[in-house]
Write a protein that binds this ligand. Structure first.
Ligand code: ATP
Ligand code: MG
Length: 413
């Protein structure tokens, strides 16, 4: 992509009404735009990051047998009354349509997926089933001020699994712990598994938390045995496991998995017939990842004073190519253009800073703010040495790499 064609531009000023670091950096760098508190547009670069994360999530969910569907965002009041969540879900957006009919905007999808599965599952032979979607969720969060970490409209992956008994659910549930750890590590996040209250339906749920000073959650961690517990459920000053000393950490919850038991199956009369011809309740689990919160969390963790530092797997482009002095020197222009084409041919994502009226200082500042993993500079100095200057965003030092060795260098990571 040529930078002169890029729809968004960087901004010098930090937006005055944004307290959170993730939104400040993403807004200044032109990844997102703010429509109102907790509601953002994803601009081309931001959408690319979001979809890179979604692809990773999709891949790992498919690997453990998830089948992707897309459910509606709009659902009828009657379904929410059946589960008690028309009144019970505090942040549910409620709408009135024509004829005074009432609807909810999807804040979660148990009320849609359970009656859906009831249409297809009759016998034990139809189980287990695992369905997921990546979809926009709506929650009327009071005073959202954490940027992408807490939206009123946000991207979530929600998976629902359906089982014949608790043992089958327990086995499947364990697979998520491994799959989730893989997803978060592929996205460049170090995530801790944290015990939390299970809500109404089970004793515990498992949260996936990223420790950062900007997190809204508080987690108590044992320094000895690696047990982590959410403050919400925890009472005491020693580890309940080993009596070790506890540390207090701020954290961001990027994912959460629950055993739902038969709560929703009972509400919608979702049953199956077992081998003996007996009717049984279906047992459910649900598994969420806040995709857009994850994006915000990555920025909270991976940045410095100058801007964002994207992990390679989710960066919008791998390389930021910057010629210096191309307007006055044909050879620089030609070398940079050739390199741009050859990187594209090799499927190495590249943003080409072809702007001619911008000084070197500004170009470098923009590159740091945008945070692409590798900066390549072509200048008179590098051409004299037959190469280009390579600098990783996360590192201080630059070095010269010969042009014909560049692809090899990039493929080494
Ligand atoms: P929280 O306690 O942070 O409000 P939650 O327990 O309400 O989260 P779930 O209903 O389990 O969250 O949703 C699954 C995932 O969706 C969460 O783990 C989180 O990553 C994400 N999420 C929840 N609410 C929001 C929000 N308002 N904005 C962005 N992501 C969210
Ligand atoms: Mg919530």
């Amino acid at each position: 992509m040529k930078q002169t064609k890029l729809f968004s531009k960087t901004k010098k000023e930090t937006p005055p009404d944004e307290a959170s670091l993730n939104a400040q950096l993403l807004l200044r760098a032109g990844y997102i735009d703010k429509l109102m508190a907790g509601v953002y547009t994803y601009l081309p670069l931001g959408l690319q990051v979001l979809s890179n994360i979604q692809d990773i999530v999709r891949e790992e969910m498919n690997k453990i047998g998830g089948q992707e569907i897309l459910m509606p965002a709009l659902s009828p009041k009657s379904n929410w009354q059946k589960t008690g969540r028309w009144e019970g879900f505090d942040v549910l957006f409620k709408l009135k349509g024509s004829g005074d009919k009432e609807y909810a905007l999807g804040a979660s999808h148990e009320e849609v997926v359970t009656p859906l599965v009831d249409k297809y599952v009759n016998s034990y032979r139809d189980l287990p089933v695992s369905l997921y979607q990546i979809q926009t969720k709506f929650r009327d969060e009071p005073r959202p001020k954490s940027g992408l970490l807490r939206g009123r409209e946000f991207s979530m992956k929600d998976l629902y699994s359906f089982h014949r008994d608790q043992a089958d659910l327990d086995k499947y549930y364990e697979k998520f712990i491994t799959a989730y750890k893989k997803i978060f590590s592929r996205c460049g996040l170090d995530v801790k598994l944290v015990k939390a209250s299970g809500g109404t339906f089970s004793k515990f749920s498992d949260e996936f938390q990223v420790f950062t000073p900007y997190g809204e959650d508080i987690v108590f961690s044992c320094s000895k045995c690696d047990l982590h517990q959410n403050k919400e459920i925890f009472a005491g000053d020693k580890c309940p496991n080993c009596q070790g000393k506890l540390e207090k950490n701020k954290a961001i919850e990027v994912g959460n998995i629950f055993k739902l038991g038969s709560k929703y199956a009972k509400d919608f009369n979702l049953t199956y017939t077992d081998e003996k011809g007996q009717e049984q309740d279906v047992i459910m689990g649900c598994y969420g990842i806040g995709i857009s919160r994850l994006l915000g969390a990555v920025v909270e963790v991976h940045h410095d004073k100058a801007g964002i530092i994207w992990p390679t797997n989710i960066a919008p482009f791998r390389v930021h190519l910057i010629p210096i002095g191309a307007d006055k020197n044909q050879e620089i222009q030609a070398t940079a253009t050739d390199l741009y084409k050859s990187l594209q041919e090799k499927n190495i994502g590249v943003l080409y800073d072809d702007r001619v009226d911008i000084g070197v200082g500004q170009k470098f500042a923009d590159a740091d703010l945008l945070g692409l993993p590798v900066r390549l500079v072509i200048s008179e100095k590098t051409i004299a040495r037959g190469g280009c200057e390579v600098k990783k965003r996360a590192e201080k030092e630059a070095k010269i790499v010969l042009l014909d060795k560049l692809t090899e260098y990039l493929s080494e990571g």
